[in-house]
Design a binder for this molecule. Structure first.
Ligand code: MSP
Length: 532
């Protein structure tokens, strides 16, 4: 069965509008998906929205509208944003979709029939914000529940529980460095954090909420007075929208359309590794009969902060990605989000850095290289490039540098270190611009003995631009098409992703005598407003 590269992201809560953190995660996934396509892989990219739960019910109530209507409005904001940012997914997961609800119910029924779910009574402190009962472990050094839990109240309730703790030993074995899941979590230090958390795991997972206090959820198939806990519902999206058939309990008998995709590379933020993805999700899959070899890999990214502090709606320090894309363009925002944070680490968001990076790296470096190259080819050679042989020239050195930087780019992209990969591309651009100064084609032009040198040099520049546009295409698809268009290259595939292939990112692609187009400014400088 041919394997599809399956990539998912967290699905975003629809209790409020999207912010820059959401945008970062989706662009990162989009870049990885596009990079895999560039390599020739078949890709299935799933993302979507998390529409149930108490937070959503509360936000809807605050606005005085029904939750179904409320989520429709917020969902549209996410859909519009992904379109604006050129995030191209293959399937959209909305947890109110019938297809999803059916799988959630069937899974619950199966686990209930297998006695992996039981009913019990619980009394204790409950966090409304986190939608969970708290234990003494959650108390701070002062004996109080910290502000991260929001409003906490005492409750007594009957609920349904999933036998999570029965699988603790399995999970510990699985994520052990010598176990099958030694690379279950990237980066490594997050896997260590997960192991420490699993070691402390005690108790089972409450997977229901009484309808008396929350009715915006998926009704339990075996008790109509309860809805499903939002995490149990939401996590299931990764399989329900990938063709999983919950009626089939043997993993090997799942339909091909599911088997060819699964397991997924799942991109999530650091806040939802423990316990949601690292514990609940892996155990849910194991309990459903997924073998260790079918466990997903979790790529855990860091957070964007503002002036070192967590973004928060209550303090008003959130950043609206749609407004930024409107102001600077989607590609400027994509470039910033991919170049100013190391995957796995946190970073500080700064509009000033966005503008600075765009102006120096895209406008002054890459835009300038494109512009001067095409202008010189037009002026000195009437638009025609020639593959002349001229040994020992600056151009030859540039060819060696480009080839080695492309190898380094690939090495960085494999563990999704997009910022470092972009650095490698930028190095080619910088070296090419320096080479122009050193080679001074305007002088070569005046010396007929240097005609071959000049041809060889102009070819080198055009060729490095062709290669650069291939490797930047996952991050800057529009600009990459722009460069290809101006180079007059592969016009029959204009606008299509197949126009770029990683295999073509090697020296010598442009044929002798190729006629390039005229330069058109690709990255107009952003004039810095005085406020920045
Ligand atoms: N709905 C749940 C996820 C369910 S997955 C089955 C959720 N939603 S969320 O809207 O709160 O967050 C969605 C994603 O955005 C998470 O991966 C989260 O880590 C990420 N981010 C939220 N704030 C962020 C930043 N400030 N920076 C980077 N990513 C951030 O959790």
């Amino acid at each position: 069965m041919p394997k599809t590269f399956f990539i998912t992201t967290a699905i975003d809560y629809t209790n409020s509008a999207p912010h820059i953190g959401h945008a970062y995660e989706k662009v990162l996934a989009d870049v990885i998906a596009r990079y895999q396509r560039l390599k020739g892989e078949r890709v299935f990219f799933l993302t979507g929205v998390d529409q149930h739960g108490q937070k959503v019910q509360q936000s809807a109530a605050k606005e005085g509208v029904a939750p179904a209507q409320f989520v429709k409005g917020v969902t549209q904001k996410f859909v519009d944003l992904w379109e604006k940012l050129d995030v191209k997914y293959d399937e959209w997961a909305e947890t109110t979709a019938d297809r999803h609800k059916k799988v959630v119910r069937e899974i619950l029924q199966r686990l209930w029939d297998e006695k992996q779910i039981y009913k019990d009574k619980q009394a204790g402190y409950y966090s409304i914000r986190q939608e969970q009962f708290l234990t003494d472990k959650e108390r701070g050094p002062d004996g109080e529940f910290g502000p991260e839990w929001g409003q906490v109240e005492f409750r007594e309730e009957e609920n349904y529980y999933f036998k999570l703790s029965a699988y603790k030993e399995w999970l510990l074995r699985y994520i052990d460095p010598a176990g099958a899941g030694r690379d279950a979590v990237i980066p490594d230090f997050r896997q260590t954090e997960l192991r420490n958390a699993v070691e402390r795991l005690s108790g089972d997972l409450c997977i229901s909420r009484p309808k008396s206090r929350l009715d915006w959820g998926i009704e339990l198939p075996f008790d109509k007075d309860f809805v499903t806990y939002v995490w149990f519902d939401a996590l299931t999206n990764y399989i329900s929208f990938a063709g999983y058939d919950a009626k089939i309990d043997k993993y090997e008998s799942q339909p091909n359309q599911f088997r060819e995709k699964w397991p997924a590379l799942q991109i999530i933020g650091k806040d939802i590794l423990i316990p949601a993805h690292g514990i609940y999700w892996l155990i849910m899959l194991h309990a459903l009969g997924f073998p260790d070899s079918a466990m997903p890999q979790l790529l855990v990214h860091g957070w964007w902060n503002i002036s070192g502090a967590k973004m928060s709606k209550s303090t008003g320090n959130t950043v609206d990605p749609a407004a930024l894309a409107e102001k600077y363009g989607a590609e400027a925002l994509r470039y910033y989000l991919m170049s100013d944070i190391a995957t796995g680490k946190d970073a500080d968001f700064s509009e000033e850095r966005l503008v600075r990076r765009y102006n120096t790296e895209l406008a002054n470096c890459l835009g300038n290289l494109l512009n001067r190259t095409l202008s010189m080819v037009a002026k000195y050679r009437e638009g025609k490039i020639r593959q002349a042989r001229a040994e020992g020239t600056v151009g030859e050195t540039l060819c060696v540098i480009t080839n080695s930087k492309i190898r380094e780019f690939v090495a960085e992209m494999e563990p999704a270190q997009v910022a470092s990969a972009l650095d490698k591309t930028l190095e080619i651009v910088v070296r090419a611009n320096v080479a122009v100064e050193a080679a001074a084609p305007w002088k070569m032009m005046r010396d007929p003995a240097k005609a071959d040198h000049l041809d060889s040099f102009l070819y080198t520049l055009a060729e490095s631009l062709r290669i650069i546009s291939i490797v930047i295409s996952p991050v800057l698809p529009k600009a990459a098409h722009g460069i290809f268009d101006q180079l007059n290259w592969k016009m029959e595939l204009s606008g299509k992703e197949e126009r770029f292939r990683l295999d073509d990112a090697k020296w010598g692609g442009l044929p002798d005598g190729h006629v390039v187009g005229n330069p058109v400014p690709l990255f107009p400088r952003i004039e810095t407003p005085s406020a920045l």
